[in-house]
Design a protein around this ligand. Structure first.
Ligand SMILES: Nc1ncnc2c1ncn2[C@@H]1O[C@H](COP(=O)(O)OP(=O)(O)O)[C@@H](O)[C@H]1O
Ligand SMILES: [Mg+2]
Length: 278
């Protein structure tokens, strides 16, 4: 497949990755999706996820809830994406499908060469365990374990993990490693959850309303941690929010409305997390 062409828009940038400068590029996703649907060619090395035709229908007794109504989306390696939409627009459903926590009613999700919608339960477990980091609104830390131990719990079962200490330093908790969750603020607990998610060196970090339970100031500290991880580890990051302000820190913003992508915008000038407030 051609990596350039008249129908594709390119936006390139430089990121720091393990002390090296990494060139990344963002492309107009609709063109790519159409191209993939027609050609069924192997995924471009820059694409981490390629989803097309995703629908999700929940059967609630007599009633069908159409949570997703045909989503075409690519996520690119190293990219920081925000999924923005009102409550009920389908953000969590989409993220859960990308993360292998749920399966679509129709459509396909390719992760590299793998079609997640055809994976067995044990393949999905392996996928979640080794390739995906999740961060949720509520931190789900184990109260009887310290920050370091909460992170170590995950690194012990990972294949090529970071040291828990390194992950905690990345999120600015170098001085809090031996504290229990109850001794940490909400923002700090969420940063432990981020350290836990990234310590297994996932290919992709999926965050569902990570600042949803936090006030503006602590929410920004969490966004700073996510931003730093993305910059320094090059981890592809997708963050769900209903807060439009947060979209300003993304490389690319995916707007969801009523189970569909209503718009996709590339932030030509994005703000640092410290520059936003709500
Ligand atoms: N497990 C479920 N069973 C039934 N309906 C669901 C389920 N999960 C989500 N929904 C419905 O699907 C729609 C999209 O939900 P969701 O993806 O959680 O939206 P968001 O994260 O944007 O708030 C909503 O109407 C919601 O009520
Ligand atoms: Mg949600």
């Amino acid at each position: 497949m051609s990596k350039s062409g008249p129908t594709l828009q390119f936006l390139t940038g430089i990121k720091q990755f393990e002390g090296r400068q990494l060139l990344y590029c963002v492309r107009a996703p609709k063109d790519m999706s159409r191209e993939k649907q027609i050609n069924h060619e192997p995924l471009d090395e820059h694409i981490v996820f390629h989803a097309h035709g995703i629908t999700k229908v929940y059967q609630m007794g007599e009633v069908q809830v159409h949570a997703l109504r045909g989503i075409d989306l690519d996520l690119y390696r190293g990219e920081f994406t925000v999924l923005l939409g009102a409550s009920g627009s389908g953000k969590s459903t989409l993220l859960n499908i990308l993360g292998g926590l749920d399966t679509p009613t129709e459509g396909h999700v390719y992760y590299g060469e793998r079609d997640l919608t055809r994976a067995t339960e044990s393949e999905l477990t392996e996928y979640r365990r080794f390739h995906v980091g999740f961060v949720f609104q509520f931190y789900n830390l184990i109260p009887s374990l310290t920050a370091r131990e909460n992170v170590a719990l995950v690194t012990e079962i990972a294949s090529a993990p970071m040291e828990p200490e390194h992950a905690l330093k990345l999120v600015g908790l170098g001085a809090r490693m031996d504290h229990f969750p109850a001794q940490l603020s909400g923002g700090e607990q969420q940063r432990v959850a981020i350290a836990r998610a990234i310590a297994k060196n996932p290919d992709v970090l999926l965050c569902d309303e990570p600042t949803g339970a936090l006030d503006s100031k602590t929410g920004i500290s969490v966004l700073e941690a996510l931003h730093r991880v993305n910059q320094e580890s090059g981890t592809t990051t997708a963050v769900i929010t209903h807060n439009a302000v947060i979209a300003q820190i993304a490389d690319r913003v995916i707007y969801l409305a009523d189970g569909q992508i209503s718009d996709i915008r590339i932030n030509e000038t994005k703000l640092a997390p410290g520059e936003v407030t709500w």
